[in-house]
Design a protein around this ligand. Structure first.
Ligand SMILES: [Zn+2]
Length: 106
């Protein structure tokens, strides 16, 4: 794997966001809302494709926060949100690409 997709350090701030430092020294910083809106799981993606809000959903707890985060093998991170949602796996390669070119304008 290339250094640019290898993670050197990972800091999860439950009420603020996620900071990922890659082996080549690049730092990617994400706020919670963006990460939640970009959740790569099938159900969030299909909501987005239907033009519905991925967050907040009816009855969603606010403010948004991270309950838990765990490595998924060597290549990704599973984030559990405070509404119990935890099916999204965030590949480090994808985080790097999102940071370099945010997918906000879709
Ligand atoms: Zn999701």
């Amino acid at each position: 794997m290339e250094d640019r997709y290898e993670v050197a350090d990972l800091v999860v701030e439950r009420s603020r966001g996620l900071k990922v430092t890659f082996e080549d020294g690049y730092v990617a910083d994400f706020d919670l809302m963006r990460l939640r809106l970009w959740c790569p799981c099938a159900s969030c993606r299909s909501l987005g494709e239907r033009g519905e809000d991925v967050w907040p959903r009816p009855g969603s707890p606010t403010p948004l926060s991270i309950t838990d985060a765990a490595l998924h093998g060597a290549w990704g991170l599973v984030i559990t949100w405070n509404d119990g949602h935890s099916t999204g796996i965030y590949p480090f390669e994808q985080l790097r690409l999102w940071s370099e070119r945010p997918p906000d304008q879709r």
